[in-house]
Design a protein around this ligand. Structure first.
Ligand code: NAD
Ligand code: USQ
Length: 390
């Protein structure tokens, strides 16, 4: 399939691109380097320096004989985005109209969105404008094109009832209706992910577009089958307070002997997923597209843990490697429930064929060993949280 990956330079975008390319898809990637620039501005560099997108696509293409096309630009610029739908942005002479889009190109950090006025407004503009542009471009160039958008489990918040996959059946005063599951996001970033979902649901009903919204939990890991033999192909891996996700942060903290930064009581429970399963889920969505007019939602997680449980697992794995790791509860910089009911449903992707890689002690040890080999690159000043929810 012709697959356009928006946000193809990112933590998830690049491993998805090389995986789908290896699987024989015709892949083109787009990115405006927002993430790299923000990392420079906030002094939050990834663990391992990563070549730019053109360099690593060239490396991949030379190494495999396959072709990943690259365009650098902003999807909020509609003229540029339209050129990505014709092939012009990639310098492709003949018509190149995508059959599927994987939409990763958003500002993905909750702390970033809560930092100040400028970053709040940027997050709203970037995430909503970008998504609206994609919808319009799809409608203009190929209304049959399947939009696979990365959503987030955080749109649901932590309600005191079970979390369904996207929709909720409600019976009220003797009548029944199915609604989108109510959303109670806990950061401005998460709110924009709720709103971009609403945009897609609206246009699925208005224009019959096909949408899969993949509500994913925090992702962990950095090596995939395509990058394991070549470090230059490894993805951007952040462990700082702004762009690092919790398990990735804890791995790095454990390696340098920093007490694991559990925010508050540590009872915050989330659904987690291995980066290799993220990619597998994208492929499953791609091969099993939503119907025309369907806004389909999957909860993209494979197991749930509280932050405290995650921290304890890391302490145990580190101990087996001879590392003594402590846990230190610190004042929670966020406004979130620290002890709550959490029972999400996540059977849809498994029904399509996902076989999850669960978080075993062996896997934790492998990741700790990998990070240990790069210990000299770790900056301790990136660890403590700088942003509060105000
Ligand atoms: P990332 O920041 O590494 O990747 C996003 C990429 O999109 C970046 O390279 C960035 O430069 C690019 N980008 C942003 N705005 C753009 C624009 N206007 N035009 C062109 N490119 C743009 O983030 P990630 O962790 O790979 O997350 C990707 C998506 O997955 C996000 O939408 C995020 O909400 C979602 N998600 C991530 C996780 C996770 O744990 N990483 C979990 C759930 C959902
Ligand atoms: N946490 C700690 N200590 C830390 C970092 C985080 O206790 O050092 C806690 C947070 O308070 C939170 C939980 O761990 O309760 C998860 O935090 P996170 O930073 O890993 O995840 P979050 O901010 O929610 O965002 C990440 C990605 C985002 C994605 C989201 C999925 O950055 O793109 O949408 O995970 S979810 O959490 O399901 O909404």
């Amino acid at each position: 399939m012709r697959v356009l990956i928006l946000g193809g330079d990112g933590y998830l975008g690049w491993p998805t691109a090389i995986y789908l390319s290896r699987k024989g898809h015709d892949v083109a990637v787009v990115d405006n380097y927002f993430r790299r620039l923000a990392c420079h501005q906030l002094d939050a560099e990834p663990l391992i320096p990563v070549p730019n997108l053109n360099q690593r696509a060239r490396l991949w293409n030379e190494k495999t004989g396959l072709t990943i096309q690259v365009a650098i630009g902003d999807i909020c610029d509609y003229v540029f985005l339209c050129k990505c739908f014709t092939g012009e942005a990639f310098g492709i002479k003949e018509e190149w109209i995508p059959e599927a889009i994987v939409h990763y190109a958003e500002q993905p950090s909750a702390p970033y969105s809560m930092m100040d006025h400028e970053k709040a407004i940027f997050t709203i503009q970037n995430n909503l404008l970008g998504t609206a542009n994609i919808i319009h471009a799809v409608n203009k160039f190929n209304p049959d094109c399947h939009i696979i958008k990365l959503g987030t489990m955080g749109v649901y918040g932590t309600p005191n009832i079970d979390i369904e996959e996207g929709y909720l059946d409600v019976e009220y005063k003797g009548r029944k209706h199915t609604f989108l599951y109510p959303k109670t996001p806990g950061s401005l970033y998460h709110l924009t992910k709720a709103q971009d979902g609403d945009l897609l649901y609206f246009y699925a009903r208005m224009w019959n577009i096909r949408v899969s919204d993949l509500n994913q939990g925090p992702v962990y890991g950095l090596v995939t089958d395509e990058s394991k033999h070549d470090e230059k192909l490894i993805t951007i891996f952040n462990y700082d307070d702004i762009f690092g996700t919790v398990l990735n942060r804890f791995l790095v903290q454990a390696v340098i002997g920093h007490p694991l930064t559990v925010y508050g009581k540590g009872g915050q429970t989330r659904g987690y997923i291995d980066i290799r399963d993220t990619i597998a889920c994208i492929e499953l969505a791609l091969l099993n597209p939503a119907q025309a007019g369907e806004y389909r939602v999957f909860n993209q997680i494979t197991e749930t843990f509280s932050v405290k449980e995650l921290a304890n697992k890391i302490v145990e794995a580190a101990r087996d490697l001879g590392l003594t790791v402590k846990i230190k509860a610190i004042k929670n910089p966020r406004k979130e429930a620290e002890k709550h009911y959490y029972n999400p449903k996540y059977s849809g992707l498994k029904d399509l064929g996902l076989t999850p890689h669960l978080l075993t002690q062996d896997k934790l040890k492998t990741m700790l060993e990998f990070v240990s080999r790069h210990q000299s690159l770790i900056h301790k000043r990136y660890i403590m949280p700088r942003v509060t929810w105000g």
